[in-house]
Design a binder for this molecule. Structure first.
Ligand SMILES: *Cc1c(COP(=O)(O)O)cnc(C)c1O
Length: 446
């Protein structure tokens, strides 16, 4: 594969952009390929190489790269009518109504411009609503590039995970291991009356893909109710992907107080949103006192792209189609892993998937390979050893993934996220042949 153009572009980029990129995960080794355009389930780079794409923009592209006519024309019409106005438009109301109709916990929505902005605003709202400062996050969870959640450590030793963040931010953040109900009980016993909110992804989607153990979210729900804290589901990845239009909260049957959205709800354009009960969301200005504002918020082109994407998905059975394809991929991967790397674990649900390079001893194969997509089934022979939280994911063979496996996949024309941690996505544009081709590549590279 020739990468001359990408190499030359990266050379230029390094002079004018830090690390040559605008988002750190894109700086793959030794240099990233520069995309020229998308085509269905593929991307084509600056040198004309074609890759089967399972990155899908890191999550926003439910439909792949070729937007259906109704989505395409809605976007172009809005753009042609002048990009934005600083006054409200009907399409914002329509998307908010759509979200309210489908997502169990949502009555009202405030749209913003990124997942990060959504979680920043949700944390401020939870603090403003409860009059408390402390928030709880899961170790290995991700809530964007925000000061209150970029933390590491546990107990009394939580500190910022990046330079540039004063320790005082981390002083208000408590951390929990995901899936550990006992730890949640102890934390609430000690700090419950000071906790404004527990912030968690329904499924850890940025760190492995870790499915919740049955009952875990119910425990968090109860603890929050007992202590007057808010439960916030960060559905930036899972929203309008896991569980379809009802999102992961509908699939799991647990109703959070607030939900953050991003990614898919903007149809491929910059977006975030905070949804929840009116009583809480109306604390945002101008209805309430918690300041929240944004020049681009509710951008008409984004709103049109999100609305038409979700309408198209609803009307065309998109979720059944892509979840079926992803299941085909996960079960193919399970067979390959059983053959070639029995210590590895296939994870994912709906249209998310990943192979975690769990180490020897992580699980035995005594009862044969586990079902495609680890769901923390207590009856599974491997359940003792399969990854249940961020710590378990970190212990996997992350170096092997990054240095050997990922380049081998790229050489075969398959584009995956370059690190072990981020999820891969199947889109509506992926065909059965694409899935077969992907399985062949895994067989070769694993
Ligand atoms: C992607 C993501 C974010 C951050 O969203 P941005 O649009 O990148 O700011 C926050 N939370 C979760 C769960 C995400 O997956």
């Amino acid at each position: 594969m020739n990468h001359e153009q990408s190499r030359a572009l990266y050379d230029r980029a390094l002079s004018v952009m830090p690390g040559g990129v605008n988002s750190s995960v894109r700086a793959t080794q030794p240099y990233p390929f520069f995309v020229e355009r998308g085509d269905g389930g593929h991307v084509i780079d600056a040198d004309g190489n074609r890759y089967l794409d399972f990155v899908m923009g890191y999550g926003p592209l439910l439909l792949g790269h070729d937007l259906p006519d109704q989505v395409q024309s809605a976007i172009q019409r809005r753009a042609a009518e002048g990009p934005m106005y600083g006054a409200p438009t009907e399409v914002e109301v329509e998307l908010a109504e759509f979200v309210r109709r489908h997502v169990p916990s949502v009555e009202m929505t405030r749209f913003v411009n990124s997942g990060t902005e959504a979680t920043v605003s949700a944390v401020r709202l939870a603090r403003g609503y409860t009059g408390r400062d402390k928030i709880v996050v899961m170790r290995g969870g991700y809530h964007g590039a925000q000061e209150s959640t970029l933390v590491e450590g546990e107990g009394d030793h939580v500190h910022p995970s990046s330079p540039g963040i004063p320790d005082e931010f981390a002083a208000h953040t408590l951390t929990l291991p995901f899936n550990d109900a006992e730890a949640a009980h102890s934390l609430f016993a000690e700090h419950g009356d000071d906790i404004a909110a527990v912030l968690t992804e329904p499924i850890l989607g940025n760190y492995g893909i870790v499915h919740p153990i049955s009952g875990y979210h119910e425990t968090l729900r109860e603890l929050c109710d007992d202590h007057g804290s808010l439960l916030v589901f960060d559905e930036v990845i899972t929203g309008f992907r896991v569980g379809g239009l009802q999102c992961a909260q509908g699939k799991f049957g647990v109703t959070p107080d607030l939900t953050t959205f991003g990614k898919i709800v903007g149809g491929g354009f910059p977006v975030g949103a905070i949804g929840g009960r009116s009583e809480i969301v109306e604390q945002f200005t101008p209805a309430g006192d918690v300041f929240q504002s944004g020049t681009f918020s509710g951008h008409p082109v984004t709103m049109a792209a999100g609305l038409e994407t979700l309408r198209y998905a609803a009307e065309n059975g998109v979720y059944d189609q892509i979840n079926g394809r992803a299941e085909q991929l996960r079960s193919g991967l399970t067979d390959i892993v059983a053959d070639q790397a029995p210590e590895y674990t296939v994870v994912g649900t709906d249209s998310m998937f990943k192979v975690i390079f769990t180490r020897n001893g992580a699980g035995t194969q005594a009862g044969g390979p586990c079902d495609a997509g680890c769901v923390q089934d207590p009856d599974c022979d491997r359940s003792e050893g399969c990854p249940k939280n961020g710590h378990d994911i970190k212990r996997a063979e992350t170096e092997r993934w990054q240095r050997l496996f990922w380049p081998a996949m790229q050489d075969q024309g398959v584009f995956l996220t370059a690190n072990q941690f981020e999820s891969q996505f199947v889109s509506a544009a992926h065909t059965e042949d694409d899935i077969e081709a992907a399985l062949e590549a895994y067989k070769e590279a694993l």
